[in-house]
Design a protein around this ligand. Structure first.
Ligand code: PLP
Length: 453
């Protein structure tokens, strides 16, 4: 498959996720020099993304798309880095238009879609599920574009007010919000089922922007290189990543596969700890989702985990397929102890409840004066818990701006985190969304009524 077909298709026809046939090998010294000389996130991004996109685009065009993608960010550094402790750094991934890390990939993916569609004058429908942050980031990346409609499913009443309003107040005729009576996994399953319904997906020319889209993972590889070169000059570091669907931390693994020295990944979960249980026991077992202060991680099925499984099982698709089929049928799969040991060489995990999350928000504020959001706090808690095991810096990914989850920040610190100026007025704007039951037919009918006239 070419990069541009993978971009538009999102999910493979058999329901699997795409990965590059082989990982391009990047030159650490060359990238270090580039960062030192240009001090530009965008220059590094083009250099890293280029080998993945062979043949789709001219280098000068890619440079321009990358520039455009990050023009809307409210920090010139794009991803600023702060030291909060002797060994702990915070990489702020939340300076994009919707205040969460997903903007970093989706702003670029929106540009890539547009570039690709302009060439073929096709019109497509982007359909995605969100637990809160993907939806708004995708809508911001696709709004007002001629060549696409965007339909976003979110779990009714289960996102924060700010998250919902960032989606539902966008007044653009190509944006359609659906609130599903169900949880995030229901939304994600509906999207998967629509992809697999070939007649339907061809009719609406369906495409995806969930973190199952390979291009998003690719775009996220960049900030692992960026932060590690800036913090440790490319020497080994650990990354601590607040995780849900596993797209973010898998991009870190992608950075490692392309040649970045990373000694360990810490996967931090809230009390929906399916990932933490897996890394401790080797069993992946979905349970019911319970709501937490970090709703973007309230997930029991981590789609991108499939990609890591494929790599750890030496790219044996048969084995991956077998395990995932067991998981779909019984909600459980278990790997053997040797494979679990392979995982443990590079991976560790932690589970952080709401109480500890609030304590960490308060502690970091006291110690450093920085406000952090509850997702970031889950990660920082895990990094602190594992401090004794470490001899190198740890970079914690700060995945959302504190003002996106103001209630938790207020409870923990007594401080009202201010929205950045570009989002003022969000709480007064008119909302637009349709509530639909958790039913494939009903959702498909609604989409057809909006798209096909
Ligand atoms: C989406 C999201 C996460 C989880 O990222 P995954 O790639 O799904 O693991 C964590 N924090 C925030 C704020 C998010 O929006």
């Amino acid at each position: 498959m070419s990069f541009s077909d993978v971009l538009l298709q999102g999910l493979a026809p058999d329901g699997g996720l795409y990965l590059p046939e082989s990982w391009p090998q990047l030159h650490l010294e060359k990238l270090k020099n580039l960062v030192k000389k240009e001090k530009s996130y965008q220059a590094l991004a083009s250099e890293i993304i280029w080998p993945f996109m062979a043949g789709m685009i001219k280098r000068a065009d890619l440079d321009e798309l990358v520039e455009r993608s990050y023009a809307s960010f409210n920090s010139e550094e794009i991803v600023p880095i702060k030291r909060i402790d002797d060994s702990i750094w915070l990489a702020e991934l939340f300076h994009g238009p919707t205040l969460a890390f997903k903007d970093i990939a989706l702003q670029l993916v929106g540009q890539l879609f547009d570039y690709r569609l302009a060439k073929s004058s096709e019109r497509i429908t982007i359909v995605g599920a969100t637990s809160g942050d993907t939806g708004s980031a995708a809508i911001e990346a696709c709004r007002d574009r001629d060549a696409m409609d965007i339909v976003i499913l979110h779990p009714h009443g289960k996102t924060s007010e700010i998250q919902r309003r960032q989606m539902t107040t966008v007044a653009s005729s190509n944006v359609h919000n659906i609130a599903i009576d169900g949880n995030f996994d229901d939304c994600q399953n509906l999207v998967k089922a629509m992809f697999l319904d070939v007649e339907f997906s061809e009719k609406i020319k369906m495409s995806g922007v969930n973190s199952i889209n390979w291009a998003r993972v690719m775009a996220q590889i960049v900030y692992y290189w960026w932060t590690s070169i800036n913090v440790a000059d490319g020497e080994a570091v650990e990354f601590c990543v607040p995780s849900g669907n596993f797209g973010n931390v898998f991009a870190g693994f992608g950075a490692h596969q392309t040649g970045l020295p990373i000694s360990r990944f810490i996967v931090a979960s809230n009390s929906n700890n399916v990932l933490d249980r897996f890394f401790r026991t080797g069993s992946m077992e979905a349970r019911t989702v319970s709501p937490t202060l970090s709703p973007s991680m309230d997930i029991q099925i981590s789609s991108n985990f499939e990609r890591l499984l494929f790599e750890v099982l030496d790219r044996n698709g048969e084995k991956v397929n077998l395990l995932l089929r067991q998981f779909r049928e019984s909600g459980l799969f278990t790997i053997d102890t040797r494979t679990l040991d392979d995982f443990k060489e590079k991976w560790t995990s932690a589970c952080v409840n709401d109480h500890k999350t609030l304590e960490t928000i308060a502690y970091i504020y006291q110690e450093t004066g920085e406000l952090i959001d509850p997702h970031t706090a889950v990660g920082v808690t895990a990094a602190i818990e594992k401090q004794d095991e470490r001899s190198c810096p740890v970079i914690c990914l700060a995945t959302a701006h504190p003002s996106k989850f103001p209630e938790a920040v207020q409870v923990a610190t007594g401080i009202q985190a201010e929205l950045p100026t570009n989002l003022e007025g969000l709480l007064e704007k008119e909302e637009n969304f349709t509530v639909i039951q958790n039913d494939l037919n009903a959702v498909q009918e609604f989409i057809l009524s909006k798209i096909i006239d």
